[in-house]
Ligand binder design. Structure first.
Ligand code: NAD
Length: 475
């Protein structure tokens, strides 16, 4: 039997129960539990704890920090089955995907922990009697806001980055999918993290961000979520001169050149698109396929999409779970209706399945006009939009036509095509001949409206530091 934990706040090393809002299981709309709401007093306590925790943690030897962080990752690996079941209950994704998310989160935590040992500064050559030393120091207490689509790996990225760089953190995780973050924080607590270094709150997202971001004790803001909210928080951070990491939405193009096998590429695309039911900021969405292989690609894609087994994520045979909330169903229905009205062909799916639980099939739409809403607005769900292009130049132009610039994918055997794509597609992450947008050791983030700052890789860790130059004249 899958069990759902009792969710609590975590402030200054103490767990705290509180009343709050119901947590809904998207598979059957039943109530799983309650997410506690932090009061202003709780937020003040978290700020004081993060200030105190920062002083302790920044002065802890990096090797000792890494030891505790790695122990937390080891505990999470031991607990993966229990944690995954809770995440499938709250978010809907198939249980195997929940496990993979947790293990990927562990990869990130472990990579950051060891990279934290190598946050070197440098010494700049100068004349005799003068020493310029560049120090890379932890930036300070971080306010982090994580979304509902990756309940564990998204908060893990923020917690791992902050802690590995020597910062403390107040994490405001998603109220709709709180167990991923709750279980993550519990592992750090059990691993012996000093009180105050990591704090977990939930509540009204707008009230919490508006309270925390202006506080002088907060030195960095990190947010993963939608572009409108990201712009609002970035504005607030800017007003208070806080640096920010903004990992926002995407509308990933997939350029399929005519030198690849259309059926094999379609098969890989169905797997890539169905991950987390398309509720992924890097989900492959706008497929631009060279016209000689277009029909074959579109038909193969639709055929395989229709064969996916849709159901409760706890059933191990399920390939596509429910969407995480009813807002996503409304969004899919609106975008499909608009595309159909504007002349698009529906090659697979297109309609909600049943009326209990938020099930929506992988939907393949073809021949969408440029003004279809789905082409311009991030669907954040199981919609694949397939359109023909004549040339690689046309595909690149269409890929770059939107204000989004997070991830893009391309399939080609040609090295010269690959080089053109690498030079000209306007994104933070381009994957050629596969659908993995980022791994623990690579920087991940966007350009244009998709945000700024990076998570992951050396660049990600550096975002949690400040550079100080000490010039020392020896007497
Ligand atoms: P939304 O815009 O209402 O919320 C997006 C996220 O921001 C949620 O996690 C929410 O709790 C949080 N949020 C909202 N207002 C906030 C505030 N004032 N301060 C702090 N946090 C705030 O949309 P939604 O319906 O929850 O999600 C759908 C959209 O969000 C999608 O279209 C997608 O673009 C985006 N999204 C992106 C990611 C990502 O990985 N980049 C993740 C989740 C959602």
């Amino acid at each position: 039997m899958a069990e759902y934990p009792l969710i609590e706040l975590y402030i200054d090393g103490q767990w705290k129960r509180a009343s709050g809002q119901p947590i809904i299981n998207p598979a059957d709309e039943s109530v799983l539990g309650t997410v506690p709401t932090a009061t202003k007093a709780d937020l003040d306590d978290a700020l004081a704890a993060a200030e105190k925790g920062f002083k302790i943690w920044r002065n802890t030897a990096p090797a000792k920090r890494a030891h505790i962080i790695l122990k937390a990752a080891a505990l999470i690996r031991e607990r993966v089955d229990v944690m995954a079941a809770a995440m499938t209950l709250e978010q809907g994704k198939p249980i195997e995907q929940a496990k993979l998310e947790i293990l990927r989160g562990c990869d990130i935590i472990e990579w950051d922990a060891t990279e934290g040992l190598r946050l070197y500064g440098r010494i700049i050559p100068s004349e005799a009697g003068m020493r310029h030393t560049v120090l890379r120091q932890p930036i300070g207490p971080v306010a982090a806001f994580s979304p509902w689509n990756f309940p564990m790996s998204s908060p893990a990225r923020k917690v791992a980055g902050a802690l590995s760089a020597g910062c403390s953190i107040i994490l405001k995780a998603s109220e709709e999918t709180p167990a991923g973050a709750f279980q993550l924080v519990r592992a750090f607590h059990d691993a012996g993290l000093p009180p105050g270094v990591l704090n977990l709150v939930f509540g009204n997202p707008a009230e919490i961000s508006e309270y925390l971001i202006p506080q002088s004790r907060i030195r960095l803001v990190t947010f993963t979520g939608s572009i409108p909210v990201g712009k609002h928080l970035a504005e607030m951070a800017g007003r208070h001169m806080k640096p920010a990491i903004m990992e926002l939405g995407g509308h990933a193009p997939v350029i399929v050149c005519d030198d690849v096998d259309p059926a094999a590429t379609a098969a890989a695309s169905v797997i890539g698109k169905s991950r987390n039911a398309g509720q992924v900021c890097v989900s492959p969405t706008r497929f631009f396929v060279q016209e000689t292989i277009y029909e074959q690609f579109a038909q193969s894609f639709a055929e395989r999409a229709s064969q996916l087994r849709v159901g409760n994520g706890l059933d191990p045979s399920t390939q596509l779970g429910p969407l995480a909330n009813s807002r996503r169903i409304d969004a899919m229905e609106t975008l499909v209706a608009d595309a159909k009205a504007k002349g698009a062909r529906v090659l697979a799916g297109g309609q909600r399945i049943g009326n209990r639980g938020y099930y929506f099939p992988l939907t393949v739409l073809a021949d969408l006009p440029d003004d279809a809403r789905a082409i311009n607005e991030e669907p954040f769900g199981p919609l694949a939009l397939v359109n023909p292009v004549k040339t690689l130049d046309e595909a690149i132009e269409k890929a770059n036509a939107l204000p989004y610039g997070l991830a893009a994918y391309a399939f080609t055997k040609s090295a010269s095509n690959a080089e053109r794509l690498a030079d000209s597609v306007e994104v933070g992450n381009l994957s050629i001949n596969h659908f993995v947008a980022s791994v623990a050791e690579t920087p991940f983030g966007g350009v244009k409206d998709s945000g700024y700052g990076r998570e992951g890789g050396t660049e990600g860790l550096q975002c949690y530091t400040v550079v100080k130059n000490v010039s020392h004249k020896t007497l």
